[in-house]
Design a protein around this ligand. Structure first.
Ligand SMILES: C[S@@+](CC[C@H](N)C(=O)[O-])C[C@H]1O[C@@H](n2cnc3c(N)ncnc32)[C@H](O)[C@@H]1O
Length: 244
């Protein structure tokens, strides 16, 4: 793996499903059902999944009758979405800092910590500006990010597990308000892949301020996809926003 590539290119190749096996399709189906129910989403709606990965949430939205598009920078994951989930034609290979769309969406989602990847705050902000510009009037934006307080209180500094093909070692720490995770994968033939993930953390207040400065109205903050109130024990921080 080339060190010259940014981490968010290195981390989302064929090693991704080894490191995050629990982020699977059946979990996504439950999450999307919860979201649709709690938001009382009714058809027809066009949805854009920013950082759609292998399309597991797109597929779930589609199976509930919504018309879903996805944007991602990993050709490997987009191919999975295209081949395994038959989402061909609705997938866009692009960087979330530079949207190619000329039309607007009713709902935009950014799920499972797919935000705060860039070291430069202007870059992170440009993702939200793009989303705001691509939402129809009164459109909904759902941002599902890490709950900083929960993470600080529950951080597992080191973990190791084995699969049939590899040993995966992960070291986690919070540095400069970012969660950084060093991942080392050792295959049976002793070859190794190593990279460090790095995601910006935000408190509830900081995230709200950022969203509001980009023109969103934050109508609620949930601790999960079913609409539970957010607090310091919530595993997730789910911002429900409207564009006016
Ligand atoms: C943590 S994964 C989540 C994927 C998906 N939302 C899910 O829950 O399965 C983050 C996703 O963001 C994508 N990504 C990373 N950097 C990106 C960028 N600059 N522009 C667009 N997508 C990017 C990755 O390729 C990856 O698919």
């Amino acid at each position: 793996m080339k060190d010259s590539q940014p981490w968010y290119i290195q981390a989302f190749q064929n090693t991704y499903s080894l490191v995050y096996p629990h982020r699977n399709e059946s979990v996504a189906q439950c999450e999307v059902r919860s979201l649709v129910q709690s938001l009382q989403l009714t058809k027809p709606k066009t949805i854009l999944d920013v950082g759609c990965g292998s399309g597991r949430h797109m597929y779930a939205f589609e199976s509930m009758g919504f018309h879903c598009f996805g944007l991602d920078l990993s050709m490997h994951l987009l191919e999975k979405a295209s081949v395994h989930r038959n989402l061909h034609g609705r997938l866009v290979y692009a960087d979330m800092r530079y949207f190619p769309f000329r039309f607007k969406f009713d709902v935009i989602v950014n799920l499972f910590s797919s935000f705060g990847y860039f070291l430069n705050s202007t870059d992170n902000r440009s993702v939200l500006d793009n989303i705001h510009n691509c939402l129809s009037k009164n459109g909904l934006f759902i941002l599902d990010h890490i709950n900083k307080t929960y993470l600080q209180n529950s951080l597992v500094p080191e973990s190791i597990y084995k699969t049939a093909d590899a040993v995966i070692r992960q070291k986690r720490m919070i540095v400069n308000n970012r969660i950084t995770k060093k991942v080392v994968i050792t295959y049976a033939d002793q070859s190794e892949i190593e990279y460090t993930e790095s995601v910006q953390l935000y408190t509830e207040v900081e995230m709200k301020e950022l969203l509001e400065s980009c023109g969103f109205v934050v109508s609620s903050v949930w601790g999960d996809y079913s609409g539970e109130c957010f607090n310091e024990h919530s595993k997730r921080m789910v911002m429900i926003c409207q564009a006016h």
